[in-house]
Design a protein around this ligand. Structure first.
Ligand code: PEP
Ligand code: MG
Length: 591
């Protein structure tokens, strides 16, 4: 690929959200409003040019709107009348003239001036008593977003509509957006926002799309069709690479694929340690289709089926039959391997589609997961019935997310019994003799593990949320992503406490958080006494091969030393000292 020599290579670092290396053309998409990050002053002599750039952007936005109105079917007249009003608003004095005036008065670029004007207008409209006027603030935001998109060259693209294979560049992508990405059209993606354990990055890993998140300024530096190198392992993005850089990354890409294939070739061997203990290594899935990839990578079952994705990208709720069919699909493919179906874990960063979303100040601390289900018994009952019916076809385990107190377990079990009673009465085929477990992902559940143990068959530690809720670190926030650390001594001590309770009470102990997906964490997890690990399917082969390199007695000794340390740095040093060479030898490029 030839690169023009007058274009400068730019490197920006972010968070490694999903491994893999790809090289391709950028496609800027705007799914959540464009942030104006490129604010700058202009020279007097450039004012006319800048004003013309703004006018041209408004004109293009107007043409787009007219095209949409023209293509709107008669039944959607209501919609097109809103768009008609947007056409008028585009050239409204308050917006159009005021932006031009601000550019002139302050000698600032068009995006900056527009942002200032919109912020002021929004404040004025929001202050108004009348609902109608407050609604107008939304119209102004929508109209201004159309102008921004034209100014920065980003089209509001429907991800499912992308035709060529590109690298998506967006300010942010929601988990629902990401689950719509089609691999034949998208090689990888880059976002300004996002943190290490965000659901967006989890889905990217499941779909095997290389991704870098938390780049802060990607959408302001990258232009449509720029050539991009995306290194999802290193969390690096290179814009307009030089010939040398391209060669370097073609080689790295090759090495990555060779090492991945080498590890993958042994993925069907058991994960048996050198001292003969075999561990189950399971896959996490979000969509039923991913089940094939879990098997392909040698997974021993499904350790976590995140069922909420069936609820996200649609305006209504799925029916019992729809859910039953989806669960049955997964169970049928897995045969006699366990399938752990987690009940609905919506809200938090997984907002539901139109009309179902709950507006909350702090969504992560809000009506999420089991809290939502217990408040919406009809929605929960539909899912519980579907799970019990599907359980008649295989080895199903039921997992309850975000448990923070005993009452939630008691209430869920009562609803499960009621669901079974209903099915019995209706003479439906079902199986209620299934294992029930809870996610340990809220600190109160750690503290109550001994009281909860007699109520359940297994614990599954969700480190993504356990870290978020224990260390007070938003898992999706790039500003604190560097602090999102599974090797924090507090997290290790919590896992140890749950492991001790499990051993004492004979409760099985699993882990399905992302901590389990990194080969570097495996010695510690085996040493702590985790019985079964579950992770994104891509990570299964490396984790299995790591287990095959370990001796459990040695991991226990190592873990004892880790538990005596009080800082993450000391723990990291000890991990490096004890297992660094082994990791470098076997997993240098893939992790
Ligand atoms: C977790 O919190 O670790 C977990 C596995 O659940 P989720 O990532 O879906 O919140
Ligand atoms: Mg969780």
């Amino acid at each position: 690929m030839a690169v023009k020599s007058d274009i400068q290579e730019i490197r920006i670092s972010g968070i490694s959200a999903s491994p893999g290396i790809c090289i391709g053309k950028a496609c800027l998409v705007d799914t959540h409003g464009v942030e104006v990050l490129n604010t700058y002053y202009i020279l007097d002599s450039d004012l006319k040019k800048e004003k013309n750039r703004f006018k041209a952007a408004v004109k293009k936005a107007k043409n787009d709107l007219r095209d949409i109105i023209k293509d709107t079917p008669k039944e959607l007249r209501q919609q097109s009348s809103i768009l008609e009003s947007h056409v008028v608003l585009l050239e409204d004095k308050l917006l159009y003239d005021k932006t031009l005036e601000t550019m002139e008065a302050e000698l600032i670029n068009a995006e900056w001036a527009l942002k200032r004007v919109v912020t002021d207008l929004k404040a004025v409209f929001n202050e108004m008593e009348d609902e109608y006027f407050r609604e107008r603030a939304n119209d102004i935001v929508q109209v201004s977003e159309r102008i921004w998109n034209k100014l920065i060259g980003a089209a509001p693209v429907d991800i499912s509509e992308i035709r060529k294979r590109v690298i998506l560049v967006a300010n942010d992508l929601s988990p629902a957006d990401t689950s719509q990405i089609q691999l034949e059209k998208v090689m990888g993606f880059i976002t300004d926002r996002g943190g290490k354990a965000s659901h967006t990055s989890i889905i990217a890993r499941s779909l095997e799309i290389p991704a870098v998140q938390g780049l802060n300024r990607a959408t302001s530096v990258i232009k449509n069709d720029d050539l991009i190198v995306l290194d999802g392992v290193a969390g690096l993005v290179i814009i307009n690479p030089t010939e040398e850089t391209l060669i370097e990354f073609e080689v790295r890409k090759e090495l990555y694929e060779v090492q991945k294939a080498q590890i993958g070739r042994q993925s069907h061997l058991d994960a048996t340690t050198t001292d003969g203990i075999t561990f189950s290594v399971m896959g996490n899935i979000e969509l039923p289709e991913e089940v094939v990839s879990v098997l392909g990578y040698g997974g021993d079952g499904i350790g976590l089926y995140r069922t909420e994705f069936q609820y996200l990208s649609r305006p209504d709720f799925p029916t019992e039959n729809e859910l039953y069919e989806k669960y049955k699909d997964v169970i049928d493919v897995m045969g006699d391997r366990p399938v752990t179906i987690r009940t609905l874990d919506v809200n938090g960063d997984k907002a539901m589609g139109n009309g179902k979303a709950v507006a909350e100040e702090n969504p992560a601390l809000g009506l999420r997961a089991i809290r939502y289900c217990l408040q919406k018994p009809d929605v929960f009952m539909t899912q519980l019935r579907a799970i019990l019916r599907a359980a008649a076809h295989g080895k199903v385990r039921l997992l309850i997310p975000m448990i923070s107190g005993m009452e939630e377990i008691t209430k869920t079990k009562a609803m499960l019994q009621a669901a079974a009673a209903e099915l019995k009465k209706e003479k439906k085929v079902y199986n209620s003799d299934i294992e029930i477990g809870i996610m340990i992902e809220v600190p109160s559940a750690v503290m109550l593990a001994d009281s909860m143990a007699p109520e359940v068959d297994f614990f599954s530690i969700g480190t993504n949320d356990l870290i978020q809720y224990s260390l007070a670190i938003d898992r999706g926030n790039r500003e604190v992503a560097h602090m999102f650390n599974p090797l924090h001594p507090a997290i290790i001590k919590m896992v140890k406490h749950v492991a001790d309770v499990s051993q004492k009470t004979g409760t099985k102990l699993y882990m399905c958080g992302e901590m389990a997906a990194d080969p570097a964490n495996i010695p510690l997890l085996l040493g702590l006494g985790i019985d079964e690990l579950s992770m994104n399917s891509q990570a299964i082969p490396a984790v299995k091969s790591m287990i095959r390199l370990l001796d459990t007695k040695a991991t226990r000794k190592f873990t004892k030393k880790v538990l005596a340390l009080n800082t993450s740095d000391e723990i990291l040093d000890l991990c490096q000292e004890s297992y660094g060479d082994l990791l470098e030898e076997h997993f240098s490029v893939v992790r």
